[in-house]
Write a protein that binds this ligand. Sequence first.
Ligand code: FES
Length: 117
Amino acid sequence: MIGNWLDIGPVTQIEPGSARTLPVEGSDEIAVFHTMRGEFYALVNVCPHKQGPLSQGIVHGDAVACPLHNWNISLKTGNVLGEDDGCVPTIPLKVDAGRIYLLREAVLGQTSPAGAD
Ligand code: FES
């Protein structure tokens, strides 16, 4: 069971209201967010508008405002909120005994195009 989850470290490594990034070999990096409410979410760190780094945005409630053009992205669903349109992949995440885990297959398989090695 635990083999399906990647341990990416303690919850204390991410201050509330901020994010850290996780590089993924051969794929887009992942942003792991800690909200002011104490919840954790993981998204591919690429804004669906023009690839802004979401990890550098402002976290508010369960959303992040992209640092480039201020689109708001739901941390829960990855959907763009408001009148803009788009979606960024989310990565299943769980917190257990003070550590953050990401679903291994979602991390490793998030953007692999068919035919790529
Ligand atoms: S790149 Fe994110 S809002 Fe434009």
